[in-house]
Each structure stands twice: as C-alpha cells, then as structure tokens.
Design a protein around this ligand. Structure first.
Ligand code: ACM
Length: 379
C-alpha cells in the first residue's frame, strides 16, 4: 500500500453454495470502488480492495477477517449468509473495525461494528405477509435452508401471517447442499398439502434446484406461487426464466426500477460485467454502501471506523432504489420496500412499492412501516 492508498476488505464468495449471489455483491463493490477512484478517490486517497475468496464457508470468513485485521484493514464490506456475518462480527468488534453488511437478514441484532444496508424484516417480511394474506392465500408451508437466517426469518413470518389469520401447515429445512432425495421429500410434502403457498428461505444453489423441482412437479404457479425474500435475478438465472414465472419476491430493489440513478447503475454494472449480468437487492446494497462509506469518510476527513460511523447518519445518498440514509439509533438503513412477480421472459414486474423510505425497525417494535418523509418533516 502506498501512502495515497487506503486498503479496504471485500469479503464475498466466488465459490461455494452462495457464490451465485455473493459474486454479484463482490462485483458491485468493485464497481463502486472504480467509480470513487475515477472521481479522485476519497480526500485524495485511492481505495484499494483486498478481496480474498472465503468460499461460502463461515469459518473461512472468520480466518480471512482475522488476516485482514492483522494487516491493519479496519473497513470491511462483506458477507451474505447470516452465519457468515455472525462468524466475523465478534472479531471485528474486538478489533474496533467496521463491517458493512449488504444483505437482508433476520433482524433482532445491533452491533456497534456493523452497518446493515440490506432489509430488516419490517422492510420485506411485513409487506410480503400483508400482500400474501390479502391477495394470495391463507395456508402456507415454509421451506428453508438449514442455517440461522431461515429459522429466524420463519419465526417472524409465522407471527406475521398468523396475526393476519393465516395457517402454517408445515416448516421444513433442506441441507445447505441438498441431495435430489432431500428435495423430492419436500416436494412430496407440498403435494400432500396442495393447494398451498410456499414461503421459501432456501438460498444459493439449493434455491435453484428447489424451484426447478417445483416446476418439474407441475404445481399450478398461478394458484401456488413460491414467495421469497432471497430469490432475485442471480438465483432466477440459475433457475431458468420459464421455471420461475409467477413466483413472488419482496425486496427494496429490482433492476427494473425506472429511476435515472438506477438506469445509470445498471448500465455501468453491465458494461463492466457483461450485458446479461444479474443484479439483485443484495448487489445494489453492496454498491451503494461503498458510496455511503466514501461520503462519510470525506465528511469526517478520516477513515477510522468511529469517525465514519458518526458521519454516516448525517446525509442521504441517492441510491439506485431511491434516496437512502443510515439510522443513527440502529445502524440500519432507511429503504424502499417493493414486491415483484416474475413475468414470462424472466423479468421482475414490480407490483407494489413504498411511496417513502421506510425506517429500519430491526426489533419489530413498530407494528407498521413508518415513512421517513413524515418524520423528516417533523424534525
Ligand atoms: C441471509 O442469510 N441473511 C440471507
């Protein structure tokens, strides 16, 4: 590292079960770094990415973070699975570093060493539960991957759906790398309860295999869609457009958003990574959080985590999804919840979207989303 550089950690997997989405997050961070450096860097310093491949394995995430911290790297962008985040946060806290985590997760967490830029449950599960019970079904079956996020996300979704009068008939988990027989077993259970709506928290390669098996089973997706928080464009590419039609996803970002800020982002991302490169909410959050970091460091005229954290809530950044900002009391982000359905050809058609950014409520204290505009007007 030369004196006019500042090293930052970039920890997303290029291999392993969730590489399908983590690779898009890695690319988004690298794109944002290129943009920032092309515009002169941050206070005259160039951002230099140190980007090992942790292989979708929480233990490797932990050892790579340990190496980064030993090298003096304090700012780290990374992690998709909650098991990855949980593996690294104690180390980052201990060394007074800062993790920017760009993935939706189960909430009920605060770390002074983490900025959460993906959706908390009040920014995705809440709207999805409302939509599903109003428009789709009253009977649900949960299928998840066997790790912390699906269990915790299902616990929240169960409460939200049951409070709206719905019934959860079963809850099943697949191994992280399921065998054909594991998926067949779940399909047989779904068939036994059909017609039913499936809420899936299956991630990575397993999601593609599960959705394809669901298609092969011949369920009528107009009556039995799979609803999810994690199935975005990267997973959709792996499933295949035809097999994914009519399924529903709740997320703050879809690449079809027609804002100029989004069109610019999509164009630059695809110029760099290929005309068909998939982009999801996790990709977009990975991108905008680097810009949040750079602006905070500029305002603070410092790169240390404490100064960056203090500066982060003092401004708004016009992200591709809409203007976003960090909430000082939770370290989470005001986001724009949306719901989309996969249409023929494989595009996500947005069917509902928030009219104002929704305040993060990771502990689900508020029963309803709170609009940022109202609150800002009152300040
Ligand atoms: C996740 O594990 N937070 C998707």
């Amino acid at each position: 590292m030369t004196p006019d550089q500042i090293e930052i950690g970039v920890l997303f997997s290029e291999t392993g079960v969730t590489a399908v989405v983590e690779e898009t997050q890695r690319r988004a961070v690298l794109l944002a770094i290129d943009e920032i450096n092309a515009a002169g860097g941050v206070s005259g310093r160039e951002l230099k990415a140190i980007a090992p491949d942790p292989g979708s394995d929480p233990r490797r995430f932990r050892s790579e973070v340990s190496r980064l911290l030993e090298r003096g790297v304090q700012i780290i962008f990374g992690c998709y699975m909650s098991s990855e985040r949980r593996a690294v946060l104690p180390l980052i806290e201990q060394h007074e570093g800062l993790l920017f985590y760009p993935t939706l997760y189960e909430g009920f967490e605060f770390s002074p060493a983490c900025i959460y830029s993906g959706a908390a449950p009040n920014q995705n599960s809440l709207g999805l539960a409302r939509y599903l019970t109003d428009q789709v079904d009253e009977r649900f079956l949960f299928v998840g991957s066997n790790y912390v996020f699906p269990y915790e996300s299902n616990r929240i979704m169960r409460d939200l759906l049951q409070n709206r009068g719905a019934k959860i008939v079963d809850e099943r988990y697949l191994p992280m790398s399921p065998k054909a027989g594991d998926i067949d077993e779940i399909i047989a259970i779904i068939r036994k309860h059909a017609p039913i709506t499936v809420f899936s928290t299956v991630v990575g390669d397993g999601a593609a295999r599960f959705y394809r098996a669901y298609d092969a089973a011949g369920f009528d997706r107009s009556k039995m869609p799979i609803a999810s928080l994690t199935t975005g464009e990267p997973e959709l590419r792996a499933i295949g457009a035809e097999a994914a039609e009519l399924h529903i996803t709740s997320a703050p970002y879809f690449s079809s958003i027609s804002r100029p800020e989004n069109q610019r982002f999509v164009t630059r991302y695809r110029e760099k990574h290929g005309p068909d490169a998939p982009i999801s909410a996790c990709t977009e959050a990975a991108y905008f959080q680097v810009h949040l970091f750079a602006e905070a460091a500029r305002r603070a005229e410092a790169f240390d985590p404490k100064s960056v954290i203090s500066a982060l809530p003092t401004f708004t950044f016009d992200a591709p999804q809409g203007p976003v900002r960090i909430d000082a009391s939770t370290n989470h982000t005001y986001l724009w919840p949306r719901l989309a359905q996969i249409e023929s050809g494989g595009a996500f058609r947005i069917i509902e979207e928030a009219q104002a950014p929704v305040r993060p409520d990771p502990y689900m204290i508020e029963p309803q989303p709170v609009g940022w505009s109202d609150e800002a007007a009152a300040e």
